[in-house]
Design a protein around this ligand. Structure first.
Ligand SMILES: Cc1cc2nc3c(=O)[nH]c(=O)nc-3n(C[C@H](O)[C@H](O)[C@H](O)COP(=O)(O)OP(=O)(O)OC[C@H]3O[C@@H](n4cnc5c(N)ncnc54)[C@H](O)[C@@H]3O)c2cc1C
Ligand code: SF4
Length: 334
């Protein structure tokens, strides 16, 4: 670990925090639970020299039902708060399923929903100690010139691997950002640039303050399935969220499916969504639909497990749809 001077700021209002982030520009980062940021600093991959803590800013931690039956979740709420909230369980059970599968109890007690949504992208060559990385020049994301994964195009393809955003995207959640020009709300899907080096499509001085989940449509259900290399604490090799609404006749009125762990942003599967709309609820393991999902995923740039991950994505997507549809019909599948 390299000893570097880091200035810690503890503003007591949101406006002060935004002003500090604006003042220090690229050298500053918001610090929430620190469960991802601090390891990145220790490994010497993150260059932030000013940490702007969100801990003393009041509010933005509450979880409440909105007037229209949706959810308002303060971005500073911990993943543990989200996972155990009966309101989240009632309105968007897949969000609770995703939150409870992120990291360990200790990490969920400290890590926030905002930090999870704003998580940096990850890569085998980047999320390593300085000693591990010392054998070769730094890659692009660590301030160097080359990419060791996508060597042909030499473009960073580090993976977005947070658990909750795929769910938030499938349910059409919106994020509120406080920045130098005031507040703005955007669909969570629009928060991601798709670029490995700068994964968030927001200015560095903007702070995520709230996630708004719309009221679920009638006869709808949500599900989140996670596959990780280990059963214990691990980022998803692949996470798949589905939100399904059924018609009165029991066919699929609409389906939204999003993946995490496959690209530099959470991604939708529009071909599968279109193929499902108007049709019957698929059976888990439906090979034809699974193949369609696999094809629509296109090429993946990964350090390992590419064929495995592509096949898995197809199968898991269909399983997630089947589970969300079962919940929409009022059946508990597990
Ligand atoms: C061993 C280990 C296992 C983990 N496993 C998982 C896992 O399985 N799934 C998973 O999703 N995550 C996992 N994580 C990552 C992390 O714990 C969570 O994603 C957590 O939710 C991050 O929240 P935080 O509050 O700690 O964020 P921080 O570490 O404080 O910040 C993360 C990033 O978000 C930015 N940020 C934080 N809050 C805001 C905000 N309100 N507005 C704007 N930017 C903000 C920070 O500047 C930083 O870039 C793991 C981490 C570790 C160390
Ligand atoms: S994808 Fe390439 S540039 Fe990006 S973190 Fe990995 S090795 Fe570095």
């Amino acid at each position: 670990m390299t000893a570097t001077r880091i200035e810690y700021h503890a503003p007591s209002t949101l406006a002060q925090a935004v002003a500090l982030l604006e003042e220090h520009g690229h050298a500053a980062a918001p610090l929430a639970g620190g469960t991802d940021l601090v390891p990145a600093l220790k490994h010497g991959v993150l260059q932030a020299r000013h940490l702007v803590s969100l801990a003393r800013i009041p509010g933005h931690r509450e979880i409440a039902i909105t007037a229209d039956g949706g959810l308002s979740i303060g971005a500073f709420a911990t993943l543990a708060d989200v996972a155990r909230s009966p309101l989240v369980g009632a309105v968007c059970p897949a969000l609770a399923e995703a939150a409870v599968q992120a990291g360990s109890p200790l990490l969920r007690n400290r890590g926030t929903l905002g930090g999870n949504v704003c998580l940096d992208t990850r890569c085998w060559y980047y999320n390593q100690t300085e000693a591990w990385r010392a054998s070769r020049p730094p890659c692009q994301k660590a301030g160097g010139q080359q990419c060791y994964v996508n060597q042909k195009q030499n473009v960073c393809v580090a993976l977005f691997s947070a658990d909750t955003p795929a769910v938030l995207i499938t349910v059409g959640a919106r994020a509120t950002l406080a920045g130098p020009a005031g507040e703005r709300a955007v669909p969570v899907e629009a928060l991601y640039s798709g670029e490995g080096l700068q994964p968030l499509a927001k200015s560095g001085a903007e702070i995520l303050t709230e996630i708004a989940v719309p009221a679920p449509p009638a006869r709808s259900g949500t599900a989140y399935l996670k596959h990780s290399p280990r059963d214990s604490i691990d980022f998803p090799l692949l996470g798949i969220a589905a939100a399904v609404a059924l018609s009165g006749g029991g066919t699929i009125a609409s389906a939204r499916i999003a993946l995490t762990g496959a690209r530099s942003a959470p991604c939708r599967l529009p071909e599968l969504e279109a193929a499902l709309a108007g049709g019957p609820v698929p059976a888990a393991g439906d090979r034809e639909l699974a193949q369609l999902a696999t094809r629509s995923l296109g090429a993946l740039f990964l350090t390992d497990a590419v064929p495995h991950k592509r096949r898995l994505a197809g199968l898991m997507a269909v399983d997630a749809v089947e589970r969300a549809a079962a919940l929409a019909q009022g059946w508990r599948t597990r």
